[in-house]
Design a protein around this ligand. Structure first.
Ligand SMILES: [Zn+2]
Length: 162
């Protein structure tokens, strides 16, 4: 059986700035009001016959959204990013050996991914959700769709190995 959370109606959202390194227009820092949809397939189990408790899934997803909200998302593992200075308060880096940035640490999230496209963010959030769920024994997959506003998004499905 499948259950899903519709991010727009369950308030799974975050607003963040990012850049798609090297892209003609999206290479400049710009923002989106992201909406996150989650789908889980698995066996019904436990006292209530849930696939997964909606509240638990919402709390986990919301916490991840909150960690990204009102930040500049930096793809820390990008081969095109070169950190030139970093301490507790600020980070300086160049992109593509020519674009120089200096940002306060409090304004950024350094994500362990190569890009911050909707594709990469959906993969990142899916992995985080899987990590946070205590018991995945009865689950078969988790799929997360990250929408850049309403109407365009990318989804990633992770099958749970048993
Ligand atoms: Zn964008």
């Amino acid at each position: 059986m499948r259950i899903n959370l519709d991010g727009i109606h369950t308030n799974l959202r975050f607003s963040a700035a990012h850049m798609v390194i090297g892209h003609e227009s999206c290479g400049k820092i710009h923002g989106h009001s992201y909406i996150v949809d989650v789908e889980v397939e698995g066996e019904r189990s436990g006292q209530f016959g849930f696939v997964i408790d909606f509240k638990v899934l919402k709390d986990i997803t919301r916490k991840i959204c909150k960690s990204l909200d009102h930040r500049v998302l930096i793809p820390y593992n990008s081969p095109d990013l070169n950190v030139t200075y970093e301490d507790d308060k600020s980070i300086e880096f160049t992109l593509l050996d020519c674009l120089e940035y200096k940002l306060p640490k409090q304004d950024v999230v350094l994500l362990p991914i190569e890009s911050t496209t909707a594709e990469s963010l959906s993969t990142y959030i899916t992995e985080k959700i899987v990590d946070e769920i205590e018991d995945t024994d009865t689950l078969s997959y988790i799929e997360v769709q990250v929408n850049e506003g309403i109407g365009q998004g990318a989804s990633y499905r992770k099958y749970i190995e048993h």
